[in-house]
Design a protein around this ligand. Structure first.
Ligand code: ADP
Length: 523
């Protein structure tokens, strides 16, 4: 078994990594390089597709070299990618007509706002919103199919992060793009689709269900393209959409000349969905919390796409063996980035990891609360006008207490999202699996367990995204059987049990709510 190797490309926004695992998911080699972004105008964020491709090829070659393996030693490859970021390219020449426009890009904000205010969307929001007010009264109201559609309708808004507005912008603003589209020569793709097309020498134009459900072009309830979100932009028109395949399966093979031998590609998957799988959250109700720059909390909701009264997003987690699994997601925009803020802006810690010792060195935060609403607050507050706040300072407040309060704010925000997920799903969360760079912090995970009042489990591999892609690829290649083999090889490093008294938890959460109230609506 350990003679079989899985290669993963984990393509994020700030960097791309190639990891080679053996049959017991031990890391044999790992290489990383940064990916540049370009910002041609305020609010525009783009990435060069040729640079992304070249850097992915380079880290892959470097990883093979570091592992002292040949491409022919690799049993299967998986590709996990940042979501939504998308591209149009010419099917004949293979040339992109423009850069990737990323999920952070806001160039179409005004146009999206105009569509959201149109009569059609207004009616949806008013009717759906009214139902959303009574839906929490009972599970029956939340769950019946018509009610579910109404709740979903209330939150059907077009955001500038979605792919359709970006495509429209390219067709309207890039010379020659509209003519190529009219001729049926333009292929659409997210990062996974582009890499697959390039790796296979233009033979396969496909994506998987987790990636397509993250573009905002796909209706997860009806499992079809979303006409409500495509039509306002005059799409798809003659643009060629990718074939959508199961997350774990056959995506063709890399061209033999690229890495020295052809490598079978056996999985494409979106990053947060990959992390949910990488954390072995296979059961309905299981939850993972990825603490990176931001925090992404996802619950496996099984075969049901949940319409959220808190405006959380139902995504397809994966599709395997003909079965679709969904997840409900809440995103917190500032988490690990608030630790970077302490390091780089306030200069009160030298390294992110110093925050742990600082926090443990004081008994409590002395009544200080930090609300890291640098760019507003996301789930479940949705207040773009909230701003960062430090409150409760006294003459005796120490640096350590401010650091501790900042770490605590990550856990409080997680609590708010987990509460919203519980209300939407009527599923009591009984344990959380925490991955991502900031999950190295023992103080953070202990405080998270205390505030959530559930066990927090830290896997041995904090890079759950790459691991999840490896699992999917290995399953398709027949190395592992799902779920038994994965559960057998999945390793937990440490568990954090809740220890805080209920009175203390109540008191702290009461203070947090007050602090959030002060931060909201500031800008
Ligand atoms: P991303 O994938 O979003 O780039 P990572 O998973 O690599 O993020 O995690 C990096 C983030 O985690 C940074 O924002 C950093 O400040 C934070 N971080 C890293 N180590 C620690 C630590 N020991 N304690 C707290 N935060 C940390």
């Amino acid at each position: 078994m350990s003679g079989k190797y899985i290669l993963v490309n984990d393509v994020g926004t700030t960097g791309t990594r190639a990891v080679i695992y053996d049959g017991e998911t031990r890391v044999v080699a790992e290489e990383y390089t940064e990916l540049p972004s370009v910002f041609p105008e305020p609010g525009w964020t783009e990435q060069d597709p040729i640079v992304i491709y070249d850097k992915c090829v380079q880290v892959t070659k470097d990883a093979l070299k570091a592992a002292k393996l040949e491409a022919s030693d690799i049993t299967a490859m998986g590709i996990a990618t940042q979501r939504t970021t998308n591209l149009l390219w010419d099917r004949n020449t293979g040339e992109p007509v423009y850069n990737f426009i990323t999920w952070q890009d806001t160039r179409m904000a005004d146009e999206c706002e105009r569509i959201n205010r149109s009569a059609f969307f207004k009616v949806l929001h008013v009717v759906g919103g009214a139902y959303g007010k009574i839906a929490p009264l009972s599970a029956g109201l939340k769950r019946n199919p018509v009610g579910k559609m109404l709740v979903a309708a209330a939150h059907l808004t077009i955001t500038p992060a979605m792919s359709a507005p970006h495509v429209r912008w390219v067709l309207d603003n890039v010379e020659g793009a509209a003519a190529k589209e009219a001729a049926g020569d333009l292929l659409f793709g997210t990062v996974d689709t582009w890499l697959l097309w390039k790796y296979t020498g233009g033979r396969v134009h496909a994506t998987d269900f987790s990636n397509i459900s993250s573009t905002g072009m796909w209706d997860p309830y009806n499992m079809d393209w979303s006409s409500q979100l495509l039509k306002p932009f005059g799409l798809p028109g003659k643009m060629v959409l990718p074939e959508i395949r199961e997350t774990s399966g056959d995506f063709g093979s890399t061209e033999a000349g690229l890495f020295g031998a052809s490598i079978p590609i056996r999985s494409l998957v979106a990053d947060q969905q990959a992390a949910l799988f990488g954390d072995a959250c296979f059961e309905v109700g299981s939850v993972k919390c990825t603490n990176g720059t931001g925090t992404f909390i996802d619950m496996n909701t099984g075969e049901e796409a949940i319409a959220s009264i808190h405006n959380l997003t139902p995504f397809i987690a994966w599709k395997m063996d003909g079965k679709t699994t969904y997840m409900l997601e809440g995103m917190i925009s500032s988490a690990g980035s608030s630790i970077q803020f302490l390091r780089d802006n306030l200069c009160i810690i030298e390294k992110a990891s110093d925050s742990e010792e600082c926090a443990f060195s004081v008994e409590d935060s002395g009544g200080v609360y930090v609300v890291p609403a640098f760019t507003g607050l996301t789930a479940p507050y949705w207040d773009p006008y909230a701003r960062g706040t430090v409150i409760g300072l006294t003459r005796s407040t120490s640096r350590e207490q401010v650091v501790r309060a900042t770490l605590e704010s990550i856990a409080y925000q997680c609590k708010d999202v987990v509460t919203a997920i519980q209300e939407d799903t009527d599923i009591e969360v009984s344990m959380v699996k925490a991955d991502g760079g900031a999950s190295q912090n023992n103080f953070l995970l202990q405080f998270l367990a205390d505030i959530l009042e559930v066990k927090v489990e830290r896997p041995e591999m904090l890079e759950a995204t790459a691991l999840g892609a490896a699992y999917f690829a290995g399953i398709a290649a027949g190395i592992w059987k799902y779920p038994d083999d994965i559960l057998r090889i999945h390793r937990v490093e440490r568990e954090f049990e809740p220890k805080m008294s209920p009175e203390m938890r109540e008191k702290l959460l009461g203070g947090w709510k007050k602090a959030v109230g002060r931060a909201c609506g500031w800008a």
